[in-house]
Design a protein around this ligand. Structure first.
Ligand code: ZN
Length: 357
């Protein structure tokens, strides 16, 4: 039997709220002004445990990339059920934030209702920065085909991808993906031209969630990037080696990679991590992205392109869209007992270590 990963957003939210309630957590729900596939209300939910005036706050968030939310949600609910966040001292606080992009989670999209990658939507300077547009423009026809979706077109993806890699090189393809773009609203990796509602909700409540704690550790759970079933923690290069070493000590069984989003070959703009870090000058807010690998990046890109193409074309059949969405879900939460039980076990160990920090 599969590890208990929810079937859809609604089951995920139900499990999360139930586990939070049974734990005695305070639950806060923040509705977004957009509906589910059957006109249901969609919410970002927070479960708060422990001190109202903490020294240390642990934040665990899930679902910033919508359809990536299945594993993160399961980990939050299961960790609650196992009482992992029971405060060890009177000054500890834990805040679990469920489904940062509830639309994408419910509709099986990686983006929100405006086709925005919310992890490129957190900076007001994003839309005016055009560093990447020239490069993205070159790839636009490949990433966002201008002819009707068809099974043949999708089958040809590996050949097209191979041509693009030969022409521009894999680093450039990866760069465009990592960077985001602000010019093509229906294109992949669009960062939006203004702050989205889900982003505004998080920005206006983060201070309440943190509650003035001197130290914050924030784990933001994602799936997709990396080797199948492997967990990696990604820390921005701007953190000192002391922070990096501290994380390696806290999570001895996990690789903690520093990644360069400020001085390397590309500059990702408007990420959630950057915005959280900016709230403190002294690095007392440590933001770590926890990535669980699923499949190779070209396979994921193909699934993203296909779903985005069908979603925007408008004339595709319902069954074609359904298949594309199911496939996308499987890309970010593989339908494999081995992957699921392994990542759930690894993820629960991670949260156990984090809660003892
Ligand atoms: Zn992600």
């Amino acid at each position: 039997m599969h590890a208990p990963i929810p079937e859809d957003y609604f089951q995920a939210r139900h499990q999360f709220r139930l586990a939070a309630h049974e734990h005695g957590a305070e639950i806060r729900s923040y509705p977004v002004q957009v509906r589910g596939p059957n006109n249901e209300e969609l919410t970002i939910d927070a479960a708060i445990i422990g001190s109202a005036t903490p020294d240390n706050t642990l934040i665990v968030s899930s679902g910033l990339h919508g359809v990536e939310g299945f594993l993160g949600s399961a980990l939050q609910a299961q960790a609650l059920t196992r009482r992992m966040f029971k405060p060890r001292s009177a000054t500890d606080r834990t805040v679990l934030i469920h489904a940062l992009n509830p639309y994408g989670f419910a509709h099986l999209r990686r983006v929100n209702e405006d086709n925005v990658d919310l992890n490129r939507n957190y900076g007001s300077d994003s839309a005016t920065d055009n560093n990447c547009e020239f490069q993205y423009e070159k790839l636009n026809a490949f990433l966002n085909p201008g002819n009707p979706p068809s099974r043949i077109r999708n089958t040809l993806f590996p050949i097209e991808a191979y041509r693009m890699i030969r022409r521009y090189g894999l680093p450039m393809l990866k760069q465009v993906i990592a960077e985001g773009q602000f010019q093509f609203p229906n294109g992949l990796f669009f960062g939006g031209t203004a702050l989205c509602q889900a982003t505004r909700i998080v920005q206006s409540h983060l201070a309440d969630w943190v509650a003035g704690a001197g130290h914050v550790l924030h784990l933001d759970i994602h799936t997709g990037l990396g080797k199948h079933g492997e967990l990696k923690l990604l820390l921005d290069n701007r953190y000192t080696t002391v922070v990096h070493k501290g994380l390696k000590t806290l999570f001895p069984a996990v690789t903690v990679d520093r990644h360069d989003s400020s001085g390397g070959a590309y500059q990702a703009k408007g990420t959630f991590a950057q915005w959280c870090e900016k709230q403190r000058e002294d690095q007392s807010y440590i933001f770590v992205c926890a990535e669980f690998g699923t499949y190779n990046s070209l396979r994921i890109l193909q699934a993203l392109r296909n779903e985005n193409h069908i979603h925007h074309w408008g004339t595709a059949s319902a069954s074609m869209l359904y298949r594309a969405k199911r496939h996308l879900r499987d890309c970010f939460c593989p339908n494999s007992e081995r992957w699921r039980s392994h990542t759930v076990a690894t993820g629960l160990s991670l949260l156990d270590c984090a809660s003892s920090a």
